[in-house]
Ligand binder design. Structure first.
Ligand SMILES: C[S@@+](CC[C@H](N)C(=O)[O-])C[C@H]1O[C@@H](n2cnc3c(N)ncnc32)[C@H](O)[C@@H]1O
Ligand SMILES: O=c1cc(-c2ccc(O)cc2)oc2c(O)c(O)ccc12
Length: 354
């Protein structure tokens, strides 16, 4: 096949862009490490470069270099300028999510995913494909010789990062679910958040629906030392054995971690849990449905596919399209489901009925 020189030059630019894209992630990390968003937020109005530099304790000899970092971050829409020539900077919705100490902060998630323990594992992606899968379940295993929880077990700081990273999107997700489809939770007598981690999501739901009895169910070492916080009960156990009974079982960002076979086991136990109460129960899944985006704002579909690569690297799970989800539901004995994509986001709420 023959390509024109113009096509090849465009392709060259594309390859350069893909090759250098890790610098998008790393400049985001630098912005977080320098706490640029917090300083701009505290300033409360457009902040001129010299003031920003002095507040961040950037060495004066690096003024011009720092301006170049800011130019790239503005191009990525992480920050904005009032007037480019003036070099006065402002927060954008993206950097608003990097502020520390707010319930919607995504900083812990970024710190987890860009931690070398996670990010370096992508280096062995190609090598993993040629290794026998039974022996080495994921590139993460190939790189570390063990799974993420075993790594976390030996490193309390990384363990904290994992739990905080996972919990960090609960604040915004719960707000989005309430606005888009708040009826999903309305009228439920009780709810069990299966694999609910440190309980951020369950606590946000309990806050919005104080009459609902909420339980967080996770591995014993995750809930150790917690019995009840803000009316939310913590129960330790293994979802591959059984799930505590409730009117509804929530699975947020859980099933994408697991293979189809494992998902069917988890869903079957959730079905038993909701049916032991009465027949009004349902499963509520908050996860990616590949292709289900309300608009392609901020490359939502590309983000879904990048999440799939993350799952491929770190877990035995995957991101599923509607037909793959439907297959799981019917195999686990459910009869119907309803998908509601969250506007502007990459995830959907799926209600699944026995
Ligand atoms: C990706 S995190 C999701 C946490 C939470 N749902 C959220 O959205 O923040 C996966 C969770 O699954 C839990 N988990 C792993 N294996 C489990 C099992 N066999 N039974 C119950 N929970 C488990 C982990 O401890 C972890 O908290
Ligand atoms: O970085 C991760 C890792 C996991 C993970 C790895 C291994 C398991 O047995 C379970 C979970 O899960 C993640 C996840 O669900 C997510 O949304 C982002 C990152 C990760």
């Amino acid at each position: 096949m023959e390509f024109t020189t113009a096509e090849l030059l465009q392709a060259q630019s594309h390859v350069y862009n893909l090759t250098l894209s890790y610098l998008k992630s790393m400049s985001l990390k630098a912005a977080i490490d320098l706490r640029i968003a917090d300083v701009l937020h505290k300033h409360g109005k457009p902040m001129p470069l010299p003031e920003l530099i002095s507040s961040l304790s950037i060495h004066p000899s690096k003024t011009d270099t720092f301006r170049r970092l800011m130019r790239a971050l503005v191009h990525q829409r992480i920050f904005s300028t009032v007037d480019e020539s003036q070099d006065s900077y402002l927060l954008t919705p993206t950097s608003h999510l990097l502020l520390s100490g707010i319930s919607t902060s995504l900083t812990p998630f970024v710190q987890l995913i860009l931690h070398p323990i996670v990010s370096h594992t992508a280096e062995v992606l190609a090598l993993w494909f040629t290794s026998p899968e039974e022996e080495i379940p994921t590139p993460f295993w190939l790189f570390h010789g063990k799974g993420i929880f075993e790594v976390a077990d030996g490193q309390p700081e990384f363990n904290r990062l994992f739990n905080e990273g996972m919990a960090s999107d609960a604040g915004l997700v719960v707000e989005a679910v309430m606005r888009t489809c708040g009826d999903v939770f309305r009228g439920l007598e009780s709810l069990v958040d299966v694999s609910g981690g440190t309980g951020a999501m369950a606590m946000a739901i309990a806050d919005a629906f104080p009459e609902m009895k909420c339980t967080v169910f996770d591995l014993p070492h995750v809930v150790a030392g917690r019995t009840e916080i803000k009316g939310v009960r913590f129960v330790g156990g293994d979802m591959f054995v059984s799930v505590p009974s409730a009117t509804a079982a929530l699975l947020k960002w859980v099933l994408h971690d697991w293979s189809d076979e494992d998902c069917i086991k988890i869903l079957t136990h959730c079905k038993e849990a909701i049916q032991s109460k009465d027949n009004e129960g349902k499963i509520i899944i908050i996860d990616i449905v590949v292709g289900a985006v309300m608009d392609n704002h901020a490359n939502a579909e590309e983000s879904q596919l990048l999440f799939d690569l993350l799952m491929l690297t770190a877990t035995t799970g995957k991101e599923r399209n509607e037909s793959e989800w439907q297959d799981l539901f019917f195999k686990a004995g459910f009869t119907s489901y309803k998908i509601t994509p969250l506007p502007g986001g990459i995830r959907s709420v799926i209600e699944v009925y026995p």
